[in-house]
Design a binder for this molecule. Structure first.
Ligand code: FAD
Length: 468
């Protein structure tokens, strides 16, 4: 177990000098505000620093390294696995003040951004040039590109276009000892040495602090058709997912909602979804106008074959937005549906989606904990939300037993326990289930090389028994 140093007044003054008084925070209110992320677990840090440039991050890390002070990098705090919570006190390094889009380069199809840029702001900035940055987590109005890079965030469009990892060409990052490292380049092909960029993406703040990101852009698709299909059973909706993919279609989006998600959304929004609707698919096809429409029409045939009793399509933005309403309302609706919820984001091979939905329902019934299943089913990624009556020990123990069964099932069928939300500290108990022991041990050794004193986001990702 790593031993940590104490943040004395002298060290705090040294740090305050680096960021300035207005970017140094330690009032009780501020410590509470930075004690949580979207997972609802709370641990207070000792101080919060908001650096405005890489040089400051480097100087902060030199001091943290010298004094063995834990440092937790943080974007918008929308993570769902406790990743940006400081389990061991120390410094929260809020990257939100480094929020400039440094360049958008249509000729090179790249943009260079600081980590605190809000994801939607990048989408808007590049769309002015007719360009598209596909990763679109549902939290895109508030989450940051730095947080997306650290989690390799996904989203509805990742079925066709890939996740954040597929769009990061290069990084600037500050290592645990304050060294500034640059990896990758503004080029589309690069096989020079090990791919440190891909290693740092998805490293959840445990290997380095990301201070600049070069992202790849693609031309904006000319046309998009959105299709909303209602089914009388969740099962037939899940079967339609597997059928669409197996027949060679690759929609840009293929989202699934089960019966519980639908009822929760209806209660929250009053949209008027008929009570006989027990499964919903939301599908987008894009490309040139003719191609997008043709694919949508062919997919409609599959949906009807699989039992959809209502299929509605929309091409203009306003109508498409309307069709998205129920899917976009899930997160706030679920927030109101239970005293406490745990969000899992398991992934299965797509052909196993129908089996997976049934099996997870079976596990939910066995443990007596209701579950809402929705998500990016087209790429096999299901968000499984456990709806708990409270956060007391008995509730958490019951949830843990259920999660063990869910993760055990997922891994036994060749799936993985997280497709986008990462491990943080909440999924540590299950990481060993899905990883080859030799791979986990190698990851732990890599962590040790990057962060020998274990000051970067300690207590995350690895079970304590896995030694370097
Ligand atoms: C309503 C809702 C919907 C969501 N939908 C999706 C979705 O569709 N897809 C998806 O993938 N996720 C989703 N998420 C989860 C979350 O938004 C993503 O994980 C997002 O990438 C987190 O970004 P953030 O800026 O909030 O990062 P934070 O939560 O602040 O941090 C996340 C992790 O990144 C690390 N980190 C942050 N910045 C840096 C940096 N500069 N350098 C190194 N490490 C850093 C932190 O230490 C932490 O481990 C959703 C969350 C909510 C609340």
């Amino acid at each position: 177990m790593a031993e940590y140093g104490r943040l004395t007044e002298e060290i705090k003054n040294e740090l305050k000098e680096i960021v300035g008084g207005k970017n140094f925070h330690e009032s009780p209110e501020e410590l509470v505000a930075y004690a949580y992320d979207a997972s609802a677990f709370r641990f207070k840090p000792d101080i919060i620093l908001r650096p405005v440039e890489t040089g400051q991050v480097s100087r902060i890390m030199k001091i943290a390294y010298r004094e063995k002070i834990p440092v937790v990098p943080r974007g918008a705090g929308t993570g769902l696995t406790g990743g940006s919570i400081s389990l061991k006190g120390g410094i929260i390094l809020s990257m939100t003040a480094m929020n400039r889009i440094l360049s958008v380069e249509p000729a090179n199809l790249v943009a260079v951004v600081q980590p605190g840029v809000v994801t939607e702001d990048l989408h808007r900035a590049v769309s002015k040039h007719g360009l598209f940055y596909p990763p679109d987590p549902a939290s895109l109005k508030s989450c940051t590109i730095g947080g997306n890079a650290a989690e390799s965030a996904g989203g509805p469009h990742c079925l066709k276009y890939g996740v954040t990892r597929d769009y990061i060409l290069g990084l600037e990052a500050v290592l645990a000892d304050g060294t500034v490292l640059r990896s990758g380049a503004k080029v589309m092909k690069n096989v020079v040495g090990y791919d440190l960029t891909r290693l740092l993406v998805g490293s959840e703040g445990t290997l380095a602090i990301i201070t600049e990101i070069t992202v790849k852009l693609i031309p904006m698709p000319k046309s998009t058709v959105t299709t909303l299909a209602y089914f009388g059973e969740s099962k037939s909706a899940s079967e339609a997912v597997a059928a669409i993919i197996s027949k060679g279609f690759l929609p840009s989006t293929l989202e699934f909602m089960d019966e519980t998600s639908i009822r929760v959304v209806e209660k929250f929004t009053g949209l008027g979804i008929p009570s006989e609707v027990k499964g919903i698919l939301l599908i987008e096809t894009d490309g040139d106008t003719e191609g997008a429409e043709k694919s949508a029409a062919e997919i409609e045939g599959i949906l009807r074959d699989k039992g959809a009793f209502s299929v509605e399509t929309a091409e203009d933005e306003k109508k498409r937005d309307k069709l998205w309403h129920s899917r976009r309302s899930i997160a706030p609706a679920l927030g109101q549906a239970a005293q406490f919820k745990l969000d899992e984001d398991v992934v299965l091979p797509v052909s196993l989606i129908p089996e997976g939905v049934s099996k997870i329902k079976e596990i939910s019934e066995k443990h007596g904990i209701p579950v809402a299943i929705f998500g990016h089913a087209g790429d096999g990624n299901l968000h499984v939300n456990l709806l708990l009556q409270g956060m007391e020990q008995k509730h958490m123990e019951a949830a843990e037993a259920m999660l063990k069964d869910i993760c055990g099932y997922i891994c036994s069928r060749g799936g993985v326990i997280s497709g986008e939300h990462g491990i943080g500290f909440l999924k540590i108990p299950y990481i060993s289930m899905g990883l080859d022991p030799a791979a986990l041990s190698m990851m732990r050794r890599i962590k040790n090389i990057f962060d020998p004193c274990e000051i970067l986001n300690p207590g995350k990702m690895f079970p304590p028994e896995i030694k370097a």
